[in-house]
Design a protein around this ligand. Structure first.
Ligand code: ADP
Ligand code: MG
Length: 396
């Protein structure tokens, strides 16, 4: 694959070099305990590899939203010990007031975490003096935080122009997976877009119709498209003011030879609560007091057949209100089909989005997908076809 960024393989001998590594250590914490260490574990490969190669590894990261103010409750000192435990080697906290002296005394192969980059108001402004201050602490720069790459901040973008810049292992894996899914995918390509609202994903839909062969629309947003096609969606979540926009997207899809799949049978209920009385009906039979809460079994099976004829799948957004049983059925069934096709080797499957990742975990298939992005905002901006500043700055 022709890549337009350098990786750790291109760094040459890093022995004794000070390497600034931007990671995403923005972990959820309750009473001083990290409640989900996914991001800490994701940072290990790059940090350990550089330390093993004899570099002085200085991790840069933000924590919370201190908005340019020093706030002890958002100090990365709180994350240093948890990261040390996950990394399995010593990690020192580097107070930003004395950073230069501390880094000077670091041994080859040592790892440190610099204080929260967002304590400096220049971080989010990508200010030249902040970039200078950080650049003076290192010889080389590695960006391993795809999830922060949609922001042009000093530690995510500015530094890449000041120091020789490389993608970390996590960033590399993410960029390769995204390239396989939408950059240079094998066709036919299917996209599944679901979730609550059309309004939050308009740009995603507009971009995808130009890129993919099959656009599968599910979740609450399908209701707006059904309404645009004259279906009475009863009491369903529906953005009636956006039916015109939905029509425009359907027309653009038509022009681009993208087949749009909307559900033709649906699961409805009068109340939105766990295990209420439900009916499975044709979309034209939804009563005025009923809500569409999931795609029906017939449409789900037909969508599975669409995936069987595709080589690539990119998925964002659940097909139904999956948190509330039994409205996870379509999401789980389609996810299992995608996972099985991936295991067989006939499908490259890439998924992302907070609720999507939760739904795939609920279905027990996240590990069977080719790649699952936990990047949230950055993943969505990439689905919109936007250039991410942190990625663009790594371009050779
Ligand atoms: P992601 O976080 O993966 O980008 P979204 O946040 O866009 O996904 O959408 C997820 C939400 O959409 C879930 O909370 C889910 O319950 C809701 N949802 C899906 N289908 C429906 C529906 N038919 N009616 C109401 N809410 C729905
Ligand atoms: Mg969400």
């Amino acid at each position: 694959m022709a890549r337009n960024f350098k990786t750790l393989d291109d760094m040459g001998d890093v022995t004794g070099k000070r390497v600034l590594v931007r990671e995403d250590l923005n972990v959820p914490m309750a009473d001083g305990v990290v409640t989900d260490d996914t991001r800490l574990r994701a940072a290990v490969s790059t940090v350990a590899e550089l330390a093993d190669k004899g570099a002085k590894v200085i991790v840069l990261a933000h924590f919370g939203r201190p908005k340019g103010q020093r706030d002890p409750s958002m100090s990365l000192a709180l994350v240093t010990l948890p990261f040390q435990q996950v990394l399995g080697r010593e990690v020192r906290f580097i107070d930003d007031q004395h950073a230069a002296e501390v880094i000077d005394k670091m041994q080859d192969g040592e790892v440190g975490i610099l204080e929260n980059t967002r304590f400096d108001p220049g971080e989010e402004k990508n200010a030249p003096d902040t970039i200078e201050r950080l650049a003076a602490l290192g010889d080389l720069y590695v960006n391993d935080a795809f999830s922060a790459a949609h922001r042009a901040h000093a530690s995510t973008e500015g530094l890449a122009h000041k120091l020789p810049a490389f993608a970390g292992r996590q960033m590399e894996a993410e960029l390769d997976a995204l390239d396989k899914a939408l950059g240079n995918p094998e066709h036919p390509v299917a996209a599944v877009v679901g979730g609550a609202k059309v309004s939050s994903k308009l740009d995603v839909l507009r971009h995808l119709v130009e890129k993919v062969d099959h656009l599968i629309i599910g979740g609450g947003m399908a209701n707006t498209f059904l309404a645009a096609r004259g279906v009475n969606v009863g009491n369903s979540l529906c953005e009636h003011d956006l039916t015109g926009t939905a029509e425009e997207i359907l027309e653009a899809a038509d022009k681009a030879n993208c087949t749009v799949h909307l559900p033709y049978d649906v699961v409805v209920a009068k109340e939105f609560k766990p295990n209420p009385p439900t009916r499975t009906v044709n979309v034209h039979e939804v009563a005025a007091d009923e809500m569409i809460l999931d795609v029906g079994p017939a449409a789900t099976e037909a969508l599975g057949d669409v995936l069987k004829n595709c080589r690539t799948l990119v998925w964002n957004g659940p097909m139904g209100a999956f948190e509330t049983p039994p409205f996870d059925a379509a999401t789980v069934a389609l996810a299992k089909t995608a996972a099985a096709l991936t295991k067989e080797g006939s499908l490259v499957s890439v998924a992302g989005g907070g609720d999507t990742v939760a739904a795939l975990n609920q279905a027990g298939v996240a590990d069977d997908f080719t790649f699952v992005s936990t990047a949230g905002g950055a993943f969505l901006e990439w689905m919109e076809g936007k250039e991410l500043p942190g990625v663009a700055a790594l371009a050779r």
